[in-house]
Design a protein around this ligand. Structure first.
Ligand code: HEM
Length: 322
């Protein structure tokens, strides 16, 4: 019943998406009707081998969309392409996209863009992790530019909310989208090096970040020793790191955020009330809230600066321009 209601509300939302994006869920209905099945089964088989691929694919979509729009520019494997830039270290899931593309090329050559495959794979990754599903508007074309120097638009975990806000606003996303999308950190992990300074060297006197819960701080200090190389992996959601749920928001509320950028969402009046809303409303009908809002925000993100019509190209191999 709840799922039906959610689907109905999402359908209503899809109908209200501006046509300016020129994307449509049925874009490949005639040219490659099996596209969604192929991407789904590919993501599923990789996920069965390694469920941690799900957060990898979700993050890949975000990093694709924030640089040059959602156009597969993140996939290009060349010296000085986007993929080689510092904020993109640790990105995962490229092989899943390549695998799906290879199958699609043998079935409907030259038809399905790599950018669309990423968007579908991210949706399937969330679904497989126990999160919501949604209809992905399709018809993006692949970009012809990919440069590491364009990646300044990606947010850094060290930035305050004011900068996160600016970077999201530059992509047409508001505070509500920001908090909702960062909720993606309900799955996945981070290297110690992205937050280790919070444990040992946050204040000028060399102590830890006072906004951290004390017992959580001790746990993180064990996982990320002071003299370690910073490459140990820590879950972004300490309670249910492989399940797509609202415990990430409860962690933020309780001082258990891992990245500084996540924890700061509790320190800003506007973002705090959104975090509080998700953290407090898990049970009952209101509990559908995050599951309803996340797809809307993802659809918005997945239409950032998309190329359609005669712009861009349909790559034959996702890691290379044609
Ligand atoms: C202010 C915004 C954000 C910042 C500063 C940020 C930063 C980070 C950092 C530093 C990591 C760890 C990377 C690593 O150690 O390899 C990470 C992981 C992740 N991020 Fe974000 N992120 C932001 C927003 C988002 C958004 C909008 C999404 C998706 C919609 C997202 C999805 C993910 C996922 C799923 C992971 C886990 C990746 C994995 O396990 O491989 N993030 N993020």
């Amino acid at each position: 019943m709840e799922a039906m209601l959610l689907n109905f509300l999402l359908m209503l939302f899809m109908l209200s998406i501006p046509v300016e994006s020129q994307l449509s869920a049925s874009f490949y209905a005639l040219s490659c009707p099996a596209v969604e099945d192929i991407v789904r089964s590919t993501v599923e088989s990789h996920f069965d081998n390694d469920p941690t691929i799900a957060p990898g694919l979700l993050r890949l979509h975000f990093h694709d969309c924030f640089v040059q729009g959602c156009d597969g520019s993140i996939l290009i494997s060349e010296a000085s392409a986007e993929r080689t830039a510092l904020p993109n270290t640790g990105l995962r899931g490229f092989e899943v996209i390549d695998d799906a593309k290879q199958q699609l090329e043998s079935m409907c050559p030259g038809v399905v863009s790599c950018a669309d495959i990423i968007a579908l794979a991210a949706r399937d990754a969330v679904d497989l992790s126990g999160g919501p599903s949604w209809g992905v508007p399709l018809g993006r074309r692949d970009g012809r530019v990919s440069s590491s120097s364009d990646t300044k638009s990606l947010p850094s975990p060290l930035e305050p909310v004011s900068i996160q806000r600016q970077k999201f606003a530059a992509k047409g996303l508001d505070d509500h989208d920001l908090v909702t999308l960062v909720g993606a950190h309900t799955i996945g992990r981070t290297d110690c090096r992205f937050f280790q300074y919070r444990l040992y060297n946050f204040t000028p006197t060399g102590s830890s970040d006072p906004s951290m819960d004390e017992s959580f701080l001790a746990q993180l200090q064990t996982l990320c020793p002071k003299d370690g190389n910073g490459l140990n992996k820590v879950p972004l959601d300490k309670d249910t790191p492989t399940r797509f749920d609202v415990s990430f928001f409860k962690n933020i509320r309780d001082g258990n955020g891992v990245l500084e950028s996540d924890q700061r969402l509790w320190g800003d009046d506007a973002t705090r009330s959104i975090v509080q809303n998700y953290a407090g409303n898990f049970r009952g009908l209101l509990g559908l809230r995050f599951n309803f809002e996340f797809p809307k925000a993802m659809i918005k993100m997945s239409t950032i600066e998309v190329k359609t019509g005669s712009n861009g190209e349909i790559r034959r191999v996702c890691s290379k321009f044609n």
